[in-house]
Design a protein around this ligand. Structure first.
Ligand code: G4P
Length: 279
């Protein structure tokens, strides 16, 4: 499968991020909890190397809870602060502020010792496209959309959202591009919908999803589509098509329709909570 990116956009976004990162204390990095590794761009570790780091495992409502727990532990062991999140639920946000304060406690303490009061933590949200950055910013900022910034000489051109007395957020998120050398990472990004569907071969994607499900979530396909998981993947796709009446105009089985249906049901959570990157 051939995945394409647009180098012009990437270079510009990266340059912007290099500039923005100088202004902040904390990088809030969103990853997709269904693919916590495949949805990361490791360049952020270099770009944010002197900053405090918080990883939000977003879309955790769609991910396997046990796997989310294991991945959270894995990131914590690497020195990140971690919170599992459903960015659409606004009531999970208090926990984020607690994690932000915890992640930045050294700085807060240093300020206090120097007699500096009321200097909020400055944070920036980063992540690959579609991971939920805007949703999160909207939920987290809530009504606090009073923007500060454009203070002469200080933050020229930058807009900050003052969330409360302790935290300020840069109002534009930093876009990271997914990075993959191997096909599996590309396929997983595609499965969660982080790539333009038009450039993808849905049949191939569905077959790779069937592989993952058979291996890591045995019984799920049988329960939903009454297929025999011992069969070849193509036969399983045929079974799904037959069960869901995915047929073409002449009444023939339409594999691509069945493939699209399977992928949609995975993305919407109808197949249950599933994590593709395994820990
Ligand atoms: P981005 O800024 O990083 O590009 O992502 P954005 O916030 O636009 O979110 C991309 C999609 O992911 C949106 O769905 C959004 O509703 C959904 N989303 C964000 N966070 C979560 C989460 O924690 N859980 C789940 N299940 N979904 C989440 P969409 O299909 O583009 O729009 P809509 O269907 O919500 O209208």
């Amino acid at each position: 499968m051939n995945f394409q990116w647009y180098p012009g956009h990437m270079t510009k976004a990266r340059r912007q991020m290099q500039e923005d990162i100088k202004l902040i204390d904390l990088v809030i990095e969103l990853v997709d909890a269904r693919i916590p590794v495949s949805s990361r761009n490791p360049d952020i570790d270099e770009l944010g190397k002197n900053k405090y780091r918080l990883i939000l495992m977003n879309k955790s409502d769609l991910a396997d809870e046990a796997q989310t727990g294991k991945w959270s532990e894995f990131f914590r062991q690497q020195g990140f602060f971690v919170v599992a999140l459903d960015a659409r639920r606004k009531n999970g946000m208090k926990q984020i502020t607690e994690a932000v304060m915890e992640a930045c406690k050294e700085k807060i303490e240093r300020d206090r010792k120097r007699g500096i009061k009321n200097r909020p933590v400055r944070a920036m949200v980063v992540g690959i496209p579609n991971v939920g950055k805007s949703t999160f910013i909207n939920s987290y900022a809530g009504k606090a959309v009073a923007k500060t910034g454009n203070k002469p000489g200080v933050t020229k051109g930058k807009q900050w959202i003052r969330l409360n007395k302790d935290v300020e957020l840069l109002d534009t998120p930093g876009i990271l591009w997914p990075k993959f050398e191997d096909q599996t990472v590309g396929l997983r990004l595609a499965l969660v919908g982080s790539m333009n569907d038009q450039i993808l071969n849905v049949d191939e994607l569905a077959i790779s999803l069937i592989d993952c499900l058979k291996r890591d979530y045995p019984g799920v396909l049988t329960a939903r589509y009454e297929v025999d998981e011992q069969e070849e993947n193509v036969a399983i796709l045929y079974g799904i098509a037959a069960k869901r009446m995915c047929v073409g105009k002449g009444g023939e089985i339409d594999y691509s329709k069945a493939a699209a249906l399977l992928i949609d049901e995975f993305r919407s959570g109808a197949l249950g909570r599933i994590t593709l990157d395994r820990r």
